[in-house]
Design a protein around this ligand. Structure first.
Ligand code: ATR
Length: 287
């Protein structure tokens, strides 16, 4: 069993609840494999205690932390510095402690882009994306796609006003490449026809409601790449339908691995062993 010493650097995961988080085994596996004296530990924190615990960590032997639901916004009030993209996204999932100061980053969008690139060979530049949903994950992915040169970022959400507001914000703060799309009928089909990549950024299709799709099957053409951020189940109804229609499927677990790999680099300055992370994460695959 791993036995920490006074020299061990710690990385925390701050969130609540954390019972099923894959991040601790995923990072610890890499630390072990690369022989690094680091330890990643989950710490369940209430909103009330977040500031106190974060301030204490800064004074302890922590190299950084990941931040997850429900603290991705609240943590920003406690940081000394904020990376530009994280500021634009308006949420932080990774913090680095260095020389007594804390700096916040957001690696969720980068995780999506690197997973997309690995599984399909596609980079955002010059491509047209249609994103379904408008929550925190959508924000991170859409802003990052815009920052990486996507030709168009179309946003389709049940509550259309949210998609309009996010598109306006992307156009103003990142690049003029975003538009909102009505979430029904012909407008949705036309937008899908104009897109190269369709992305589900909602929780639709997640266990135990596995038999639902975030958008109609008719939107999917064989030339499309269809990506899902849902990773439980690994093969969502959306992705199996996409494959049946001849499209390329990009699975949600890739984003989980690559956002972790990007955070690992921020914490340690070293490249993560992505193959080891994937082996750990593969334990989540339930078909
Ligand atoms: P997160 O911030 O974790 O990404 P969220 O804030 O719950 O998650 O956002 C989920 C997104 O999925 C929202 O855009 C939501 O649509 P609304 O803005 O209309 O609420 C969308 N979503 C969730 N369940 C949905 C459903 N059954 N049908 C359509 N959209 C859904």
């Amino acid at each position: 069993m791993f036995s920490p010493t006074v020299h061990t650097r710690f990385i925390a995961l701050l969130g609540n609840p954390l019972g099923h988080s894959i991040s601790p085994p995923m990072h610890n596996r890499v630390f072990e494999k690369l022989g690094m004296d680091y330890c990643y530990l989950p710490i369940e924190v209430t909103a009330e205690d977040l500031g106190t615990i974060f301030a204490a960590m800064k004074k302890m032997n922590f190299a950084g932390c990941n931040v997850t639901i429900p603290h991705k916004l609240a943590i920003m009030a406690h940081l000394d510095e904020l990376d530009d993209l994280a500021e634009t996204i308006g949420a932080v999932n990774t913090v680095r402690f260095q020389n007594g100061r804390s700096k916040g980053f957001n690696t969720d969008g980068e995780g999506f882009i690197r997973s997309l690139q690995e599984e399909s060979g596609i980079t955002p530049k010059g491509h047209r994306f249609l994103l379904f949903g408008c929550g925190g994950a959508t924000r991170a992915i859409a802003m990052t796609l815009a920052a990486h040169g996507a030709e168009r970022v179309m946003l389709c959400n049940r509550t259309e006003a949210k998609a309009e507001a996010l598109a306006e914000e992307i156009n103003r703060r990142v690049r003029p490449c975003a538009a909102s799309i009505a979430c029904k009928g012909k407008a949705q089909l036309t937008a899908a026809g104009e897109a190269d990549i369709l992305v589900n950024t909602t929780s639709i299709g997640m266990h135990p409601n596995e038999d639902v799709m975030p958008f109609p099957e008719a939107c999917i053409e064989a030339r499309h790449i269809v990506a899902d951020i849902v990773y439980n189940p690994w093969m969502t109804k959306l992705l199996s339908t996409a494959e049946e229609r001849g499209a390329k499927a990009v699975h949600g677990l890739g984003m989980l691995v690559w956002q972790g790999a990007a955070a690992f680099k921020i914490f340690t300055g070293r490249e993560a062993d992505v193959a080891a992370m994937k082996e750990e994460v593969a334990k989540l695959r339930k078909g």
